[in-house]
Write a protein that binds this ligand. Sequence first.
Ligand SMILES: [Zn+2]
Ligand SMILES: [Zn+2]
Length: 267
Amino acid sequence: MFFCPLYSGSSGNALFCQYGNTRLLIDAGKSGKTIEDALASIGADIRSISGVLITHEHSDHISGAGVLARKYNLPLYATRETWWAMRGKLGKIPQECMREIEAGKDFWLGDIGVVPFSIPHDAADPVGFRLYGGNLSVSTATDLGYFSEDVYANVAGSTLVLLESNHDPDMLRANPRYNAALKARILGDHGHLSNEACSSALLRLINAGTGNVILGHLSGENNTPTLARKVSSDALAREGIRPGEDIRMEVALRDEVGSVYILKERT
Ligand SMILES: [Zn+2]
Ligand SMILES: [Zn+2]
């Protein structure tokens, strides 16, 4: 199984996954051209993509989706409420590209088994995804106000987890460009996961067997990759887990195509 965070962050999201003969994207929140170029840089032609799984209707997750659907007849998979909320944001989508999914209902997209699961966020019907290929699985959960037991149950045991490490609460509170309502939204139960909340969730996931973790969806204003990495590394180190030795941990950058993970099946 191959996985690559092409882009992850509040300025645009697109994640790549391949298993067998199937390649897919989770979200298309950069321009169509940017996503095409990012795919080309890891050796994947946009024409080889089977579909785009949409997490929710916020523009940092869908801004390139309409263009890609029209240009390449690329199917988009979203829940009914998300389709409803995306009206007017994507332009006209060919009918055959509008695929409806439901949280909790698994399905096959080619060789990849897909499980959408609900996440707590201020969107119509936001979801994370767990993708299965053979005895491997990759889970992604970004844009969540807190790490609920339900999310844990859906993600635990994954080979790789990309989890949101959005902000440092002190940087956010001190940010003069954010008004009080926006700060409350981000800090709330339907906002975004802080570095600290991410680190304690990762600790649980690693103890449940996950060996690859990616910190994603970093805020450009209220976080830095160095800080996000430090908070999680320190939390894991306190429990005797050494990133780089016991597990692989990376930070997905906002404007730089990430590493390609090659996950090997256990025999
Ligand atoms: Zn987002
Ligand atoms: Zn969002």
